[in-house]
Design a protein around this ligand. Sequence first.
Ligand code: SAH
Length: 283
Amino acid sequence: MSDSLPLPQKAWPELRAGWVWLCGAGPGDPGLLTLHGLNALRQADVVVYDALVGEDILSWAGDAELIYAGKRGGKPSAKQRDISLHLVELARAGKRVLRLKGGDPFVFGRGGEEAQTLVQHGVPIRIIPGISAGIGGLAYAGIPVTHRDVNQSVTFVTGHDQTGDTPGSLDWSAIAQGSQVIVIYMGMKHIAQITQRLMEAGRSPSEPVAFVTSATLEHQNVVESTLGTAVDDAKAAGVEPPAIICIGRSVLMRQVLDWQSLEAGAAPRNLDPLDRGRPAESA
Ligand code: SAH
């Protein structure tokens, strides 16, 4: 067990031999790991981690064995089953196993499948949520995922399914009509199709869009665009995965809430980007 990083005084749960804890590591910035995550790292014998889990967090695992289980998006799910069965084997070998996944383990991360396989094999589990990129990553870009003047709902969408295609099961027209703000994970590959379908279903080409790449990391980059120009703007700016795409007027709030630019000394671009014409907190 690693004691190098202190935890606040509390009766923290014990990661026991033969158990697997599925834990979210957050979107990138190691400070966004939860205390339960840190508690898990300090106790694990083995950490099985994904592509988007950062080095800093892994370095907090003490002398635990680190096993990389990264997969590239859109690949067939056979390997997914191998990962789950590997977790079962490790647990059966009496290890204290930490399965560390980017963001939140239950948000587009197949954490549910892994957990289900573990339970089906009689392996005891605990789930540790994490900050999902579609919420925390947008917050680092100065975009509130809900904002009272903009949306009472938000839709999280994955840009492709297991086959690598845009999710055939998604009714993009219904999403376009029913979702004030749309947050897309894994959307870069099919961005042209997605924006096209949304506009065909009535969303305005002038609607604000933001691409947030490497969110919460030092090289975080944000490209502001519109639905009609998103494909060209992303291309021109060299937007590469991992990226979160946010579609909706909440993107405008970045003009006043881009706190990283404010921290660097920039002035807010617009104190009232939604043109409310009155103080932000008034009813
Ligand atoms: N479970 C993760 C999502 C896994 S799917 C979560 O809750 O965040 C992987 C996708 O998440 C990426 O393709 C990208 O769309 C998004 N993503 C994860 N980390 C990101 C980051 N730091 N910056 C931008 N997008 C990120």
